[in-house]
Unconditional design. Structure first.
Length: 432
């Protein structure tokens, strides 16, 4: 705990002024406005190409609504619409409605656990952010609640009582280092994030079954994905008949026994969210274990040392910004701010200080220059460069999503607010 106490003694670097926060927020507004205006609303931003191109704008690679990342850009638009005041006639609101509509069909997806990312990241975000505003009635007319509830029941079809989890991926070959091995019931740490779809629907429909499915999945994940030191496995494959663990491995990390930093971020976020709904001590304890491991690593790894994690904490290659995962930093920052609200004293200060330091770095050194890229945040890694050499040093849409969420949570927690900026910039080139 010594390193945590040392971190607790650090000042909250962004209490005043909040320039890096403002820069991040401004960049998100500008880049999102440009993207929403020039892309078709059925072509969802996913990631950019690797690095910075020579004199050519690094544009978004897009995916259809079926892709697991489709809900994030609509979610960004909902966050900005809320930031701008959430009024029925808002340009941002109209864009959010338009981009969300294309995901409606995904409420029936029973083939992937990612129905949670897709539907709750878009329709769910809308319902949460519009609550108590004039927009709430509009969403009722468009049956947003029905979409989320249907999606939750679709996800629930993937639950196995024998295993105690919802199945992440279908039967296949998901252990990268073992291509001949067949995963029969793979569960990935990412799946913790999709439990909010179940918890929210359970709370809003008083459905005990959905609640118990989500609770069971979280408990099993705490038991089998999280190592004693708080680090995490990416994939746990179960025997679908007995529920026994068949194998632990990775699909996106450096190795089976390494700690993929985005997976660690999913763990912190997922168990913090689970605790918000369940108030079970095991969920809070697991969130803290994962958070403490994450912080112990980011305090000593990376050149420069800036609290943005390496893409895998066991990666033995270069430690520059090009081998970080800024999306993992964004996810962790948002999670740490919520986790800080569930603990007291010095520990709360530890988590808030860490989140603040991550956001300060993102807003200072990880913003995309709009002359070079359409991405909000650069230097992210989608998967291991060992298997996917074009997947590192890219912009990932969810890095921007969770960074925006984090600065919103920071503002709410500190009682501060940010100066409004123009919703429709006059220029198409904003240099960060």
């Amino acid at each position: 705990m010594a390193f945590l106490l040392a971190l607790a003694a650090l000042p909250l670097a962004l209490s005043a002024p909040v320039t890096p926060f403002s820069r991040l927020r401004t960049a998100a507004h500008f880049q999102s406005n440009r993207t929403a205006r020039h892309l078709d609303a059925t072509a969802y931003p996913s990631e950019t190409h690797k690095g910075v191109t020579n004199g050519t704008l690094n544009t978004w690679i897009t995916s259809p609504a079926e892709a697991w990342t489709s809900g994030f850009f609509p979610g960004i638009l909902w966050k900005i619409a809320a930031d701008e005041g959430m009024t029925v006639n808002s340009t941002w609101l109209q864009q959010a409605l338009r981009w969300t509509e294309g995901i409606r069909s995904q409420q029936y997806d029973t083939q992937h656990h990612d129905v949670g990312f897709k539907v709750f990241g878009s329709f769910g975000q809308a319902l949460q952010l519009a609550a108590g505003t004039s927009v709430e009635g509009l969403l009722a007319e468009r049956k947003y609640v029905n979409v989320v509830i249907t999606a939750a029941h679709s996800l629930a079809t993937r639950f196995s009582p024998a295993v105690g989890c919802t199945q992440s991926w279908n039967v296949g070959h998901h252990c990268r280092a073992h291509p001949a091995y067949t995963t029969e019931f793979p569960v990935i740490i990412d799946n913790m994030m999709n439990l909010e779809l179940l918890f929210w629907a359970a709370r809003n429909t008083s459905n005990e079954t959905l609640y118990r499915i989500a609770e069971s999945h979280a408990n099993k994940t705490a038991e089998n994905h999280v190592r004693p030191d708080g680090s995490t496995f990416h994939v746990v494959d179960y025997n679908p008949d007995t529920g026994a663990v068949a194998r632990r491995c990775t699909a996106q990390g450096w190795g089976d026994n390494s700690t993929w930093s985005r997976g660690q971020g999913w763990c912190i976020y997922g168990f913090t969210m689970a605790y918000r709904y369940t108030r079970l001590p095991v969920h809070l304890e697991t969130a803290r274990k994962c958070a403490d491991f994450f912080l112990a690593k980011v305090m000593v790894q990376g050149v420069p040392l800036d609290y943005v994690p390496l893409w895998d904490f066991d990666f033995t290659g270069k430690q520059t910004e090009h081998f970080r995962d800024a999306s993992a930093g964004s996810i962790a920052a948002s999670a740490l701010l919520e986790l800080a609200s569930f603990v007291a004293g010095a520990l709360a200060r530890v988590y808030k200080a860490a989140a603040t330091n991550i956001l300060e770095s993102l807003g200072t050194s990880y913003l995309g220059n709009s002359a070079d890229t359409e991405g909000i945040i650069i230097h992210s890694t989608r998967a291991s460069p060992r298997w996917s050499p074009e997947s590192f040093d890219v912009s990932l849409v969810y890095a921007g999503y969770y960074a925006l969420e984090a600065i919103g949570r920071y503002a709410e927690g500190s009682g501060s607010s940010f100066k409004q900026i123009s919703s429709t910039p006059d220029s198409d080139s904003y240099i960060i």
